[in-house]
Design a protein around this ligand. Structure first.
Ligand code: C5P
Ligand code: C5P
Length: 461
């Protein structure tokens, strides 16, 4: 069966039913995919409620059950299909892109069933978007959200979106919803004043510029680029095409003269996605900044605000989201500084750090991922972060690089296998490149031992 047929079949069952609860994940991909499905069902005239959760665990089910008649899980569910099926039977719908188990269900859509890699070719928001379009072609206006989720899940790690994501980009572009440019991929093109744009670059670190305000100012001034115009700080997006080219070339020369590896320099340039129907000064006009805005909401307890922004709020909720973003950036900076100061430990097969309660469990994975660009660790091994969940259990987040995936590393698979071996109370999974799990405190050392073994096996076959 082709994916389109499966979507049609699920859509037919959705049309026959009513009273839906959309349960979505709390990060950028979760908020955007939740908003897409909520809106699409509402447009079909369905009664629909929404609910976000931090992570789907077996013990979360009682909180969900009884809220409605039909349950739509998005951005999780593939890994938990066994118990979801038992709990919800035919009233279950799952739209996900995480790694699967061998359980099947008529309303479970997984891209992996159709040869589409859920790790880098489509995100949950992409799956939700394809479904929304299957329900009604008019839902094409939701296409920006499909990209926000994909970019939020760092699926553009090849320097651009690929596979089904690239098809979605093409559709969005042809219909005037998306602008695609080949440009500098540093974060903060729309909202960061130029000096901060360079100074806060962590991926990659810019030698002598990152964390050095004076040098950044000098660098820009020597290029003849004005930092302010009409009393207002200029951003990268405010620059003329000529100035953009000048800055980009100067950065390339700067990195090369500081012996930054060629692949890192190449990574600096790639596809960037923006949304011409939004205010060009707002973070929601740029896919990367939009996704950070949503992560700032969700990962700090306010995914509902993120969803309102996705559904079009540009007033009260949007302002709340903007202040959450300041706080999110502050916490990320503080987290990275703490890890760099304290240092990272290593086992044979991976780097690790235990932040205790210093870094929130909801952002510790992002901090771990940002360490690759920071110079604190090499790119030769995965990085594993430990934090503490609200219930006192441990939260483990893992991040890898695309090169490590090529060598056989699959974090989600390793985490899932170890959880199965450790039994109840330990639950997790995710993607090859980014995964997480909840672990009983007593299992920390055994987890590390098992993980070392799994990585050894994965890279030796
Ligand atoms: O649940 P989900 O698939 O949406 O989450 C994946 C998470 O992994 C994203 O929130 C993203 O921040 C993170 N990620 C990362 N680095 C990667 C890939 C994903 O930090 N290379
Ligand atoms: O929380 P974090 O950003 O590290 O999550 C990375 C990936 O691992 C996400 O895709 C998330 O859905 C998944 N994860 C999971 N089970 C957990 C924690 C995270 O499947 N207990």
């Amino acid at each position: 069966m082709q994916w389109q047929e499966k979507m049609q079949e699920i859509a037919a069952r959705v049309r026959e039913n009513d009273d839906f609860v959309v349960i979505h994940h709390y990060d950028a991909d979760g908020c955007s995919s939740g908003a897409i499905l909520y809106k699409a069902l509402e447009r079909e005239g369905k009664k629909v409620q929404k609910m976000w959760i931090k992570q789907l665990y077996k013990e979360t089910i009682p909180e969900i059950k009884g809220k409605g008649k039909n349950y739509v899980f998005v951005d999780f569910g593939s890994g938990q299909l066994g118990y979801l099926k038992e709990e919800f039977g035919d009233n279950l719908y799952v739209f996900d892109h995480h790694q699967k188990t061998n359980v099947e269900h008529m309303n479970h859509f997984s891209p992996f069933d159709y040869g589409i890699n859920g790790g880098n070719e489509i995100s949950a928001s992409g799956v939700a978007y394809l479904f929304a379009k299957t329900l009604n072609e008019k839902n094409i206006d939701l296409v920006p959200l499909a990209l926000v989720g994909a970019v939020g899940d760092v699926q553009d790690f090849h320097g651009k979106l690929v596979g089904m994501n690239a098809e979605i980009v093409k559709e969005g572009k042809e219909n005037g919803f998306i602008k695609v440019e080949n440009d500098l991929r540093l974060y903060g093109r729309v909202t960061r004043p130029l000096t901060s744009f360079l100074m806060f670059s962590s991926s990659p670190v810019l030698p002598e510029l990152t964390a050095n305000e004076e040098n950044c100012k000098k660098f820009l001034q020597e290029l003849g680029i004005e930092l302010k115009r009409g009393g207002v700080w200029r951003t990268y997006n405010d620059l003329s095409d000529e100035e953009k080219k000048k800055l980009t070339s100067a950065l390339i020369v700067h990195l090369a003269s500081h012996n930054v590896p060629e692949w890192k320099i190449k990574d600096l340039i790639g596809e960037v996605y923006s949304f011409p129907r939004e205010n060009p000064k707002s973070p929601v006009s740029d896919a990367k900044e939009y996704s950070t805005l949503l992560n700032a909401c969700g990962r700090h307890g306010h995914a509902d605000i993120g969803v309102e922004v996705c559904m079009g709020d540009r007033a009260e909720k949007y302002m709340e989201a903007m202040s959450l973003m300041q706080e999110h950036r502050r916490q990320l900076r503080q987290g990275i500084e703490w890890v760099i100061q304290t240092g990272v430990d290593e086992k044979e097969q991976f780097y690790y750090f235990d932040s205790g309660e210093r870094i929130k469990e909801s952002i510790v994975g992002i901090v771990a991922g940002m360490l690759y660009g920071s110079g604190a660790i090499e790119d030769n091994k995965p990085i594993i972060a430990v934090a503490v969940n609200e219930d006192g259990s441990l939260k483990i987040s893992g991040r890898a690089t695309k090169d490590l995936l090529d060598k056989g590393i699959n974090l989600g698979k390793a985490f899932k296998e170890i959880c199965n071996e450790l039994g109840e109370g330990n639950e997790g999974g995710g993607h090859a490149i980014a995964a997480g799990l909840k672990l009983e405190t007593k299992n920390k050392e055994i987890f590390f031992e098992k993980l070392n073994e799994k990585f050894k096996q994965q890279t030796s076959t």
